[in-house]
Design a protein around this ligand. Structure first.
Ligand code: NAP
Length: 307
């Protein structure tokens, strides 16, 4: 099978598509014929070597964590899935293996894909939607009536966070560049600010929560807009700490099939739009990595296995 591998840390140009052996599933594992894989900034951080303290990988490493596909074979202790089932899940980042024609994954990491969901839509969910949910309802505690600012609202995490916060009854304020304002409003934002041309810190104050998915000076200015007793949640800065009476929390996303299943149910209830940017063939997977590396993906970038 073909797999996108790297032999050293660096940039997307180091990734090579190679023929490698298809793995056999262990007792509690499932071999999945990958149809679509979602690309995340995490893939690029692993590739750069900057995630080694958290997700230590060894070389050669096959990139990719978020996969959707069809069950090819199951281990002897797996009874929840059978060959032919459509499934979605997230591989352990330390193991990787998603940008390939086949992947071996723990059965407990998988969920069935609803009938009316495409493989590309499913592959978009695990990390992006899971992180958005965890940030809002696990790490943060968004409730109806609260005023919430979501940065990078057109991105892989933000496009889901806007929808979840709106569904929870929050007043949602979002940042995005102007070309993405119609999209972000359609997802449910009540107000959208163009971060390129206006300073949100001068326009906003007394918010209950800020979800920072950008870091740097965006995170720094975000302190100014949170009310005393409010919360700043960051997906980017692990060192974020409370200041005065403003709470601060870092989100560390850990995949959980129960959470993914909850998100799939939101989709089945027709309350979740999955925003897909470009779908790249596996043969051109480097272009998918480069698109995410640009920092301006619109929703999720997907790699489609090209058998
Ligand atoms: N800690 C965790 O467990 C965890 C989990 C998931 C993600 N993350 C991290 O969270 C970050 C975001 O992930 P993602 O998947 O959402 O990234 P992404 O999809 O690559 O984000 C792209 C979006 O960012 C927007 N953007 C870029 N600069 C911006 C700025 N200064 N202000 C507002 N929006 C800006 C772009 O909007 P325009 O095109 O309109 O400019 C684009 O839509 C990454 O660093 C990722 O590694 C962490």
């Amino acid at each position: 099978m073909k797999a996108l591998r790297v032999y050293e840390f660096g940039t997307p140009d180091l990734a090579v598509l190679e023929d490698v052996a298809i793995g056999d599933p262990g007792a509690r594992q499932v071999a999945v014929r990958v149809e679509a894989a979602g690309v995340n900034p995490l893939d690029l951080k692993i590739l750069a070597g900057s995630m080694q303290p958290v997700f230590p990988v060894s070389m050669p490493y096959t990139l990719g964590t978020d996969i959707a596909g069809v069950v090819e074979a199951v281990g002897p202790e797996v009874d929840r899935f059978k060959p032919g089932d459509r499934v979605v899940g997230r591989l352990d980042p330390t193991a990787g293996g998603g940008f390939a024609e086949y992947a071996v994954i723990a059965a407990q990491s998988l969920c069935p894909i609803p009938e009316d969901m495409s493989q590309e839509q499913a592959a978009a969910l695990p990390t992006g939607a899971g992180t958005a949910w965890l940030a809002l309802f696990g790490v943060g505690q968004v409730r109806a009536g609260q005023r919430v600012l979501i940065h990078a609202a057109a991105g892989g995490v933000g496009s889901f966070a806007v929808q979840f916060a709106k569904q929870a009854g929050a007043h949602v304020i979002a940042t995005a560049s102007s070309k993405n304002h119609p999209l972000v409003r359609e997802l449910g934002a009540d107000e959208v600010l163009d971060y390129r041309h206006e300073d949100f810190a001068k326009r906003l104050q007394d918010l209950d929560m800020v979800l920072d998915t950008v870091g740097g000076e965006t995170l720094e200015r975000s302190w100014q807009v949170v009310r005393p007793g409010g919360t700043l949640v960051s997906t980017v800065d692990p060192g974020v700490q409370a200041r005065g009476d403003i709470q601060a929390r870092f989100v560390f996303f850990k995949h959980d099939a129960v959470l993914l299943n909850t998100i799939l149910q939101v989709f089945q209830a027709r309350q979740l739009q999955v925003v897909l940017d470009t779908v790249h063939p596996l043969d051109d997977a480097r272009a998918a990595l480069e698109q995410v590396a640009s920092g301006h993906a619109r929703g999720k970038v997907i790699i489609r296995a090209s058998r």
